[in-house]
Design a protein around this ligand. Structure first.
Ligand SMILES: Nc1ncnc2c1ncn2[C@@H]1O[C@H](COP(=O)(O)OP(=O)(O)OP(=O)(O)O)[C@@H](O)[C@H]1O
Length: 266
């Protein structure tokens, strides 16, 4: 594929805060419809990668483009499902209003004509099977329902790229699987590229095309079977790591303490 057809392109990217470099030498191409999982221990810079793509934080070196252009804040090309924090829900906001924020940002008002906006909001809710939630206050939604509405909000502008930061974190197993399947469906129906940060690869394992594994000592990018292998992770972690694949699930053992929260770690 020519570079102009790529949704996300990073060349020789590095990033850091102050004197600390998080990752460097990153070359990353994401094509339309591709599902990329981003894994790695706490604090290696997964969320920072998303912030760079959103135009919220600059690369220290290298280049990044989103659909051929430099990233910029508020781009309708990108939908973002931020890491869920346990904040008090906005009690009176309805699900459809939360999705509408995805169109207008935090601005209410004349950005979108109201009929067109309503149509877009309806489409986004339908994309995550949440039409029935439209009139419900978000404060009363279950964790799984709220996550579906948050994904609808991210899809409201029909973005080329969907960035998800641990969207499954607060969900039980059936809801993790359901949300993963919805996101996968979207890339097939709309060619939306997905960059999905997670500590638990298993719910999305059937869908991922490639994995980017970030570690303190470096990174690796490739098919899940190549990256999530004992040799590959032992090299990245500079210690013996064992990866077992069993019944379509992955179990990782022996990673250093800093990465113990990785799902599947025994
Ligand atoms: N604005 C900032 N200034 C200084 N350091 C920061 C800033 N934002 C993040 N960091 C640090 O950079 C490192 C990478 O943060 P980031 O959130 O990208 O990691 P992560 O891989 O997403 O971690 P987690 O899995 O815990 O969510 C962390 O050590 C974090 O404390």
């Amino acid at each position: 594929m020519s570079s102009s057809g790529l949704v996300l392109r990073i060349r020789d990217g590095s990033v850091g805060y102050g004197t600390r470099v998080l990752w460097s030498g990153l070359d990353l191409d994401v094509a339309p419809g591709e599902f990329l999982a981003v894994l790695g221990p706490n604090g290696v810079g997964k969320t920072t990668l998303l912030r760079v793509a959103l135009g919220l934080y600059p690369l220290r070196t290298g280049t990044i483009t989103i659909s051929g252009r430099p990233p910029h804040r508020g781009s309708g090309q990108i939908g973002y499902v931020p890491q869920h924090r346990a904040t008090a829900p906005l009690a009176s906001v309805l699900a459809r209003e939360l999705v509408r924020f995805g169109l207008d940002g935090r601005r209410w008002g004349p950005g979108w004509p109201s009929r067109a906006a309503r149509h877009q909001v309806d489409r986004a809710l339908a994309a995550v099977d949440a039409e029935a939630l439209a009139g419900r206050p978000v404060a009363g939604l279950s964790g799984g329902e709220l996550q579906r509405v948050r994904v609808a909000q991210a899809l409201a502008t029909e973005p080329a790229l969907l960035l998800c930061d641990e969207p499954l974190a607060s969900l039980d197993a059936p809801r993790r699987e359901a949300l993963s399947a919805l996101i996968d469906r979207r890339r097939h129906t709309h060619g939306t590229a997905v960059v999905f940060v997670t500590h638990d690869i298993n719910p999305i394992l059937p869908y991922v095309d490639r994995v980017l594994y970030l570690a303190a000592a470096g990174h690796r990018l490739g098919p899940a079977a190549d990256v999530l292998a004992s040799k590959s992770l032992s090299t990245l972690h500079e210690t013996d790591v064992t990866v077992d694949w069993s019944a379509g699930r992955i179990f990782i053992s022996g990673v250093p303490d800093s990465s113990r929260d990785l799902q599947g770690v025994r």
